[in-house]
Design a protein around this ligand. Structure first.
Ligand code: BGC
Length: 474
């Protein structure tokens, strides 16, 4: 399919701007390793540093943990409440309710607008699924693991203060405050008989959840990283204490601790990360400009927005949507004109489309965005979509390879493969994303000198399960 020459040259330039050469992968992995050490050495949180947060999770599950616990999981667009029965044999039973967080709660004036909402949902869940705990007099409180997937300065297993919001949340009143205290206070106001025991990030949960369900005797693999490639991105892994110089109050007897890297903030100074004018525009629209710049090149919340700002730029340059603009009397459909309304799910359909004249993409754009397109416009949209997702997949391999390389020695006494527990819509559903990430990790070859492989394992529902296993463990 050929485009008019001017349009072709602009699109080729955009593709070049998004392209990452293979040798960048090696350089970026080395830089990531350096940045991990910097983050582990100094306690102050600055924009330039990867947070590398000690989580106070010091035990690794064996799969034999038992009991009934609650989990509350605030991650991105949804809030989940679950009760989980751990059976002690790597298996579990789960009951779950899910609620979409209303926009006015994501951006609210007071922290109690959010935490009061969460507490109310826990109450509703208990009334529906475990009414006995609400009525029994003097019953011991049910223990709850709280998965809270934002950067938190963790001060103990069950305490931590919010460093900043990400992924579109904006409730300034909650920043610098202990999110467990806020949640517990609102549960207490409603007289919900629940005690919040553990605070975990979703990546910590993914790691611990898979370590519980994984039986290394059967899989011949150790679970070494928990990570999310969804609305946001991040990863957690087990670090030995000698490599965490900034940690001064490790629990007695601990040999290591799970670290929440918050790799979304890798290279906020843009020393090596690729950057385009579209990345800058997207960053400027977020509530946290200058932060989480790695995440803003990779994760689901941002991919659609990068495409949208690119299309608006081409429109302003007079290269696309000109007829449409005239026909509509001087406007574009609002879903393409408004930030954040172009979902990565739409990109995932366009990515794979091989229908004649990309008619399938045409239908999707029409249905989801109310956007009529010409054949050339669809072709442009597909090429930019593929450039954006290819860059995201390539960048995603970097932290995974770096962490695998870093912990190689911890596992030198066995011959087990390295399993990476991952969760999130991008890694689970985006066409070929997981396959490409795996190929780039193979290219970087972080386990050189061993016969081990790195395997990406999608672990669904890990967020809730992990916080429950942490609660049971400690
Ligand atoms: C948050 C992390 C979280 C990740 C994945 C990021 O925006 O800062 O805490 O783990 O999203 O949900």
């Amino acid at each position: 399919m050929s485009l008019p020459p001017k349009l072709e040259s602009v699109i080729s330039q955009i593709e070049k701007d998004f392209e990452i050469k293979d040798d960048f992968l090696i350089k970026a992995t080395d830089f990531f390793l350096e940045q991990m050490d910097v983050g582990l050495a100094t306690p102050e949180q600055t924009r330039e540093k990867m947070p590398m947060i000690p989580t106070y999770v010091v035990k690794r599950p064996t799969g034999t943990e038992k009991g009934l616990y609650l989990a509350a999981d605030l991650g991105g667009t949804n809030f989940r409440v679950c009760s989980i029965q751990l059976n002690g044999d790597h298996t579990f039973e789960l009951q779950q309710d899910k609620y979409r967080i209303p926009d006015e709660v994501m951006k609210a004036p007071k922290s109690s607008d959010l935490f009061g909402y969460l507490a109310k949902k826990v109450e509703t869940f208990l009334l529906d699924h475990h009414p006995e705990t609400c009525t029994a007099k003097n019953a011991a409180p049910l223990k709850l693991g709280f998965t809270f997937s934002f950067p938190v300065n963790q001060t103990a297993l069950g305490h931590g203060t919010l460093i900043r919001w990400t992924k579109g949340f904006d409730i300034p009143d909650a920043v610098d405050r202990d999110v467990v205290n806020l949640f517990q206070a609102n549960l207490t106001i409603l007289e919900v008989n629940v005690q919040v025991v553990a605070l975990t990030n979703d990546t910590v949960s993914a790691l611990v959840a898979r370590a519980y369900t994984n039986d290394p005797k059967k899989t011949n693999a150790n679970t070494i990283i928990g990570c999310i490639f969804g609305t946001g991105t991040n990863g957690a892994y087990f670090e030995t204490l000698d490599k965490i110089p900034k940690l001064k109050n490790a629990p007695e007897g601990a040999e290591g601790m799970v670290i929440n890297t918050e790799w979304g903030s890798f290279d906020n100074s843009l020393k090596i990360l690729p950057s385009t004018e579209y990345d800058d525009s997207v960053d400027a629209e977020t509530p946290n400009p200058g932060y989480h710049l790695f995440e803003k090149r990779i994760s689901g919340r941002f991919l659609g927005e990068i495409l949208r700002v690119a299309l608006i730029d081409l429109f302003k340059k007079g290269l696309i949507f000109q007829e449409l603009f005239k026909e509509r009397g001087g406007s574009l459909p609002h879903r393409i004109d408004q930030p954040w309304l172009l979902d990565a799910e739409v990109l995932s359909y366009i990515e794979l489309d091989d229908s004649t004249d990309l008619n399938m993409s045409g239908l999707i754009l029409q249905n989801v965005l109310r956007l009529p397109t010409t054949r050339d416009e669809r072709y442009v949209i597909q090429r930019i979509t593929r450039a954006i997702s290819a860059r995201a997949a390539k960048l995603s391999a970097v932290p995974l390879a770096a962490v695998a390389h870093r912990v190689k020695d911890q596992y030198k006494d066995d011959d087990r493969d390295f399993e990476i527990a991952c969760d999130g819509s991008l890694i689970e559903f985006y066409p070929n994303f997981r396959k490409r990430v795996t190929e780039y990790i193979e290219y970087i070859n972080p386990l050189k000198g061993t016969n081990k492989k790195v395997i990406l394992k999608v672990e669904k529902s890990s967020s809730s399960l992990g916080s429950v296993v942490v609660t049971a463990l400690h």
